[in-house]
Design a protein around this ligand. Structure first.
Ligand SMILES: *[C@@H]1O[C@H](CO)[C@@H](O)[C@H](O)[C@H]1NC(C)=O
Ligand SMILES: *[C@@H]1O[C@H](CO)[C@@H](O)[C@H](O)[C@H]1NC(C)=O
Ligand SMILES: *[C@@H]1O[C@H](CO)[C@@H](O)[C@H](O)[C@H]1NC(C)=O
Ligand SMILES: *[C@@H]1O[C@H](CO)[C@@H](O)[C@H](O)[C@H]1NC(C)=O
Length: 347
């Protein structure tokens, strides 16, 4: 644990170091090019111009010229966001202790932590903002690192939020009518408690279904369905048109597997179904076979199968006996989805 914190600090330190060289370039690029998204993945720092106001806090300072050269930080009022209490900490000439020379520095500090349980940790996706009044947009500064607030690290932000050369440049529009505005957006990252787990089960219980069709010669030109049978979490059924379907019509017999509804309390998702379809040879020889494997949609009624499991002319060779045929479906693999409580989730 102690090691983990230490390495986090090292990473953050390295991060500030890396950004210091290129932050100026980055900011210039953004303010010169107001396409709404500007990504520099190598640095980990993203600067975006956006129109939406920050969701957690905005601080606007009038008569800015009075304090524009001061080194003391400005601490905002306490505000609440995502169930915790925070302050915005602003250094208008930079926080020298954090590489903020010639920059504006901005941080968010967590407050009132006495009420939190010992060993508390709050993981935050943090965005900080400088308002550009000329463009009526917020320069948004963030990186891809989750900020872990804890007793030792109660303040996170950017020592080099924006270079003073950019910030003070009247053509840029960050200082308009002697007024500046900063903001913060705080999203707490709470790990998901339940994860969906998909498993594939070979030869699940009761995976062979037999369907005997009587009075074959009297059947009409339409689709006949078997009873539904449950394998895995889902009901299935067989179906076929005795007069043929698609490219097999009229000289061949088709057979299809349909995915139907789910058993009660099943987690309803797309379902994998791999099936061996057979037309039984009723005088003891080998069956006709076909197989298919597919994702079946949640919506009932999707089918997979073949339009030709046997040629009609071959039916008499022991498959059609006493005017009856027998189909078999062997579900060799199905997927089962469960919602699993994550082992490390806390209440
Ligand atoms: C502005 O951004 C667009 C799109 O990303 C890019 O094609 C263009 O070269 C950029 N212009 C400047 C001046 O950076
Ligand atoms: C970019 O800035 C120019 C000048 O400030 C403005 O006219 C234009 O609408 C802006 N474009 C976008 C996409 O914000
Ligand atoms: C502060 O700003 C207001 C409005 O611009 C102005 O009237 C006032 O004189 C300013 N006060 C100081 C001390 O600069
Ligand atoms: C067909 O019917 C005959 C007479 O009813 C019976 O003896 C025979 O076992 C039946 N064959 C099959 C395969 O069911």
């Amino acid at each position: 644990m102690e090691n983990g914190r230490w390495s986090l600090r090292v990473i953050c330190f390295a991060f500030f170091f890396i950004t210091s060289a290129s932050a100026e370039f980055l900011i210039q690029q953004v303010t010169e090019n107001n396409s709404s998204y500007n990504l520099n993945a190598n640095l980990g720092v993203r600067t975006v111009l956006r129109t939406e106001r920050p969701s957690s806090k905005i601080v606007t300072i009038g008569n800015f010229s009075v304090i524009r050269d001061r080194f003391e930080p400005y601490e905002s009022s306490v505000f609440e966001a995502s169930g915790y209490r925070w302050r915005l900490i602003l250094y208008v000439t930079g926080n020298k202790d954090d590489g903020g020379n010639n920059h504006v520095s901005l941080y968010v500090r967590i407050e009132d932590t006495e009420s939190l349980p010992t060993g508390w940790e709050v993981d935050v996706d943090l965005k900080l903002f400088v308002f550009n009044a000329r463009q009526r947009k917020y320069l948004t500064v963030t990186d891809d690192a989750v900020k872990r607030y804890n007793q030792e690290n109660r303040e996170w932000g950017f020592g080099q939020l924006i270079p003073l050369s950019t910030f003070h440049n009247p053509n840029q529009g960050f200082i308009v009518q002697n007024t500046v505005s900063f903001g913060a957006e705080i999203f707490i990252i709470r790990p998901v408690r339940v994860q969906e787990r998909v498993r594939f089960v070979s030869n699940p219980p009761d995976n062979v279904f037999t369907w005997r069709i009587l009075r074959f010669s009297s059947l009409e030109d339409k689709i006949y369905y078997s009873a539904e049978f449950l394998v895995g979490d889902r009901f299935w059924r067989l179906g076929f048109n005795p007069k043929g379907e698609g490219e097999g019509r009229p000289h061949a017999i088709p057979i299809f597997l349909y995915a139907q509804g789910f058993r009660p309390n099943a987690v309803e998702t797309t379902t994998w179904g791999a099936v061996n379809l057979r037309l039984r040879h009723q005088l003891g020889s080998s069956p006709k076979r076909a197989s298919s494997a597919a994702w079946y949609p949640i919506q009932p009624g999707h089918r997979e199968g073949v339009s030709n499991i046997i040629l009609r002319k071959d039916l008499q060779d022991g498959y059609l006996v006493n005017d009856s045929i027998v189909f078999e479906a062997e579900m060799v693999m199905v997927s089962v989805t469960i919602d699993e409580k994550h082992p490390t989730s806390e209440i």
